[in-house]
Design a binder for this molecule. Sequence first.
Ligand code: TYD
Length: 138
Amino acid sequence: MKSSVSDCVVLPLNKIHNRAGNITIVEGNKNVPFAVRRIYYLYDIPGGEARGGHAHKELQQLIVAASGSFTVLLDDGQNKKAVNLNRPDYGLMIIPGIWRELMEFSSGAICLVLASHNYEAGDYIRDYQEYKRFKNEH
Ligand code: TYD
C-alpha cells in the first residue's frame, strides 16, 4: 500500500469567535474529505500512557485535540512523522494504511476522533510485523 505519512496533513478547521467563546464545525465531505460515520473520544488518560499502536486497512480519521495536547507518531513503514496537536481548530488527517501511536498526553487532554466507518475489529492491524507485510503485499 502506497499511503505515506506525507499525505497525513494537518487541516485548519474553521473557527467562529465571539465574546462568548469559539465554535468549530466539522462537516463530512465538506471540510473533511470523508463522510463521518463514527465519533469517539479519548479522555482521562493517565500521564505517561500511550495509545494506538495499530493501523487501519480502510478507515480514514480526523484527530483533533479538543482540549489539551498530545503527540501523534505516524509511520508508513518507511518514514515517520511526529505531529503535536494542541489546538481545537486544527485536525490531523490519517489516511488508511498508516501505523500510529498517540502519546505525551497533557493533563486533561481530550482526543476527538472522527471516523469514516463504524467500528470493525477486522479493519485493524495490531501487529507491526503484520503491518509491514500488509504494506509490502498491497
Ligand atoms: P483501541 O482501538 O484499542 O484503543 P486505542 O487505539 O485508542 O488504544 O480500543 C480500545 C477498546 O475499545 C477495544 O476493546 C475496542 C473498543 N472500541 C470499540 O468497541 N469501538 C470503537 O469504536 C473503538 C474506537 C474502540
